[in-house]
Design a binder for this molecule. Structure first.
Ligand code: G4P
Length: 525
């Protein structure tokens, strides 16, 4: 098979949701449909249960599992599907943001009774930043749910995206009767089945009295009415608008009962994009180019001190990646060869000889990689679109063991390279501030510094609301700002200027007083 065919058959995407909406269940059911697993429950989730938030060893165990589930590849109808797993716990949202940078499209799962929730809104902001194509799966229709029109309104409003339903539920909860496939114009009658793929009865004519027989007169009438209104109200599906991230097709179902998933998956493989060109600082890189290029979007460290290896996950962006071939590590200007690159097929990890655009390759790493690093066949390329996001929680980090200052500095440096959190150095007092998205990261850092680097740290509270990157076209504006806000200026790990705002009010004032200064909430602008 030629490179172009390999690219055309690949779909690399992520599934995101607010915790508990059903991301893990849907992922597993997609694997079931793809024949990658044969019974539900075969894939362990990397979800950190809410009850385990204070149990650090539980998190450790879960992290171990998450290596295996980082990427799940399987073939479905001659399409190679790569699902990139995202951490379920919201304290690891930054990991999810980063995984999204390697996805060519995204499926958002929403709980039909709860509608759009906070975490989904945040993740959507990241998708919007990149214009990622979105499909929405409204889950748990087997439970009492809001009316589909209300759910669609909520999605449109909360996620600020146009929607068009491509399937439609007949009832919900006790009255859930089936899913009408708007694209194929047939109805699959609901029969709950947790373990296997339901062989639903299909009704091809919505006007047929057969429908009334199967779902009851009332439900049939309601479905016909709903579909009539939906046809009037929502735009027809337009693939270009979907690919531009402007129009989201919506599917309904019950992941737990394997219901409504086939409708989405069959549509997904037809409409979702194959690997897209990627912007670098130098030029646009097209997947079909012969020379290999790729970037690191995730680093997974083994926290067991006896096996202190790491896996760097590389998204192949162009050409063919080959085992034992020298590639340029652009930032280090070093040539590296990989003897045992791994890929994940059907929940199994194996060494691969080749990988194509859209594929994710796991590379054994002894500390060479940082998030965002490029690997190429020799060209100097710096991939764009892998930003850091403004953290929300901050603490000063102090050395608790003066004999181990070096170890602490090294540990902090390496953990930041992995993207565990972000480091800012206050330019006024030179103190180090760690910024995170979730409170758990502080625990993770402290534990890892001690166990992996033998360094002890101490946290000290710092009253900060937000860190944002600042720049101005006119250098004197920035200089003036830095002079006046000297106490609140810091440098990020690349030495860029960061403003540390103590409160929302302070940030607003700064923006009002310095209209010519640009404030950015991601590190790439
Ligand atoms: P998440 O990854 O988005 O956090 O959600 P997950 O799939 O773990 O699902 C959260 C809970 O919702 C699970 O129940 C799961 O069984 C349930 N669930 C998922 N899809 C459906 C559905 O279509 N219908 C119904 N009724 N429930 C669904 P749990 O009790 O929290 O966990 P478990 O003990 O069943 O694993």
């Amino acid at each position: 098979m030629g490179l172009n065919q390999e690219i055309a058959k690949r779909r690399t995407f992520g599934i995101v949701s607010h915790p508990d909406a059903g991301k893990t269940t849907l992922t597993e059911k997609l694997l079931l449909f793809g024949g990658a697993i044969h019974v539900a429950g075969a894939v362990k989730s990397n979800k950190i249960k809410k009850t385990a938030t204070s149990d650090f060893m539980e998190i450790e165990r879960q992290r171990g599992i998450s290596v295996a589930t980082s990427v799940m590849g399987f073939e479905y109808r001659e399409t190679k599907i790569n699902i990139l797993d995202t951490p379920g716990h919201q304290d690891f949202a930054e990991d999810t943001f980063r995984v999204l940078t390697a996805c060519d499209s995204v499926i958002i799962v929403i709980d039909a009774a709860k509608g759009v929730e906070t975490q989904t809104r945040k993740l959507m902001q990241v998708c919007r930043l990149r214009g990622t194509p979105i499909i929405v799966f409204v889950n748990k229709l087997d439970r009492p749910a809001d009316h589909p029109f209300d759910i669609l309104d909520d999605i449109e409003k909360e996620l600020q995206i146009h929607v068009t339903p491509l399937s439609w539920p007949a009832g919900s909860g006790e009255l859930f009767r089936g899913i009408y496939n708007i694209r194929e114009q047939n109805l699959c009658i609901y029969s709950p089945s947790i373990q296997t793929i339901p062989q639903g009865i299909e009704i091809n004519d919505i006007l047929s009295p057969e429908l009334d027989e199967h779902v009851g007169e009332r439900a049939a009438k309601q479905l016909r009415e709903d579909l009539g209104v939906a046809r009037e109200v929502y735009p027809a599906f337009d693939r270009d608008r979907y690919l531009a991230g402007d129009l989201a097709p919506v599917f309904f179902g019950s992941a737990l009962n394997n219901f409504g998933i086939r409708e989405m998956l069959d549509c997904f493989i037809q409409i979702a994009p194959s690997p897209l060109p990627r912007q670098t600082e130098e030029r646009l890189v097209r997947p079909e180019e012969e020379s290999f290029s790729g970037f690191v979007f995730k680093i997974h460290a083994n926290m067991d001190p006896n096996h202190r290896d790491r896996v760097a996950f590389v998204k192949v962006c162009s050409g063919t990646f080959a085992r034992n071939t020298p590639y340029l590590h652009v930032r280090l200007r070093k040539t590296l060869k990989f003897a045992s690159p791994t890929a994940f097929m059907a929940a199994k990890k194996s060494i691969i000889d080749e990988a194509y655009p859209g594929d994710i390759v796991g590379l054994h790493d002894t500390g060479n990689f940082k998030i965002g690093d490029a690997l190429t066949a020799g060209e100097q390329l710096h991939f764009k679109g892998i930003p850091s996001f403004s953290p929300e929680l901050f603490k000063y980090i102090e050395n608790a063991d003066p004999m181990k200052a070096k170890q602490l500095a090294k540990g902090i440096d390496q953990l930041m390279d992995e993207g565990v959190a972000q480091l800012f150095v206050n330019r006024f007092n030179n103190r180090k501030i760690i910024g995170t998205v979730g409170a758990l990261q502080f625990e993770v850092i402290e534990y890892r510094l001690l166990h992996e680097y033998g360094a002890s740290c101490r946290w000290e509270n710092v009253n900060l609301y937000k860190a944002c990157w600042v720049e101005a076209a006119d250098a004197s504006v920035l200089d003036d700002f830095k002079l006046h806000k000297a106490q609140y200026m810091a440098a990020d790990k690349h030495g860029r200027d960061v403003f540390l705002a103590e409160s929302e009010y302070m940030l607003r004032m700064a923006r009002d007083n310095y209209p010519k200064l640009n404030f950015h909430f991601t590190s790439e602008f």
